[in-house]
Design a protein around this ligand. Structure first.
Ligand code: HEC
Length: 138
């Protein structure tokens, strides 16, 4: 997988495909040269493999509660950053801003800092690290 750029790997490994709809994945994959400020372009063949994988496993294909809620909260808007969805904001509303910015987390998009198995598609409560200690970290 070394031919895949870091940003693409980040998207694939850290945001499970079932957390975004097909259109959002499509959108995201078609804008890789401007992927949240990073150039994340890959060759056409790789691009197609990834897109197919994402589409085949997108939120529409999943019966998980999170997928259903995300589709519902997106309605027809094509938001590509999951952290901009009402669903995501709602689920994380009790977490202070400072926690997202501390040195362990660094960014809202660093899902893995708190969801230890998110790259395996696990978002259940038992996979969420205890974030209470995080508030003491600067
Ligand atoms: C600072 C830690 C932190 C970060 C970073 C974070 N989360 Fe969370 N997330 C949580 C906590 C804590 C909960 C549980 C909230 C609750 O149940 O009250 C949660 C809940 C969720 C849920 C709902 C799970 C459920 O079954 O209700 C989803 C989906 C989720 N997060 C996805 C993500 C994604 C995707 C990212 C990255 C874009 C992310 N989170 C980043 C801490 C975090």
């Amino acid at each position: 997988m070394s031919f895949l750029s870091k940003s693409v790997l980040h998207v694939i490994l850290f945001i499970p495909p079932f957390l975004l709809p097909k259109d959002s994945w499509n959108n995201l994959m078609n804008n890789l040269e401007n992927h949240f400020g990073d150039d994340a372009t890959v060759d056409k063949k790789t691009h197609n493999i990834i897109l197919k994988f994402l589409e085949q496993n997108s939120a529409e294909t999943s019966t998980k509660e999170a997928s259903v809620m995300i589709l519902d909260s997106l309605k027809n808007k094509d938001i590509i950053a999951i952290t901009d969805t009402i669903y995501w904001k709602e689920k994380h509303r009790n977490i202070g801003k400072a926690i997202f910015l501390n040195s362990l987390v660094k960014s809202k998009a660093n899902c893995n800092a708190c969801h230890k198995n998110i790259e395996k598609g696990l978002i259940e409560d038992e996979d969420i690290k205890s974030i209470h200690n995080f508030s003491n970290i600067k």
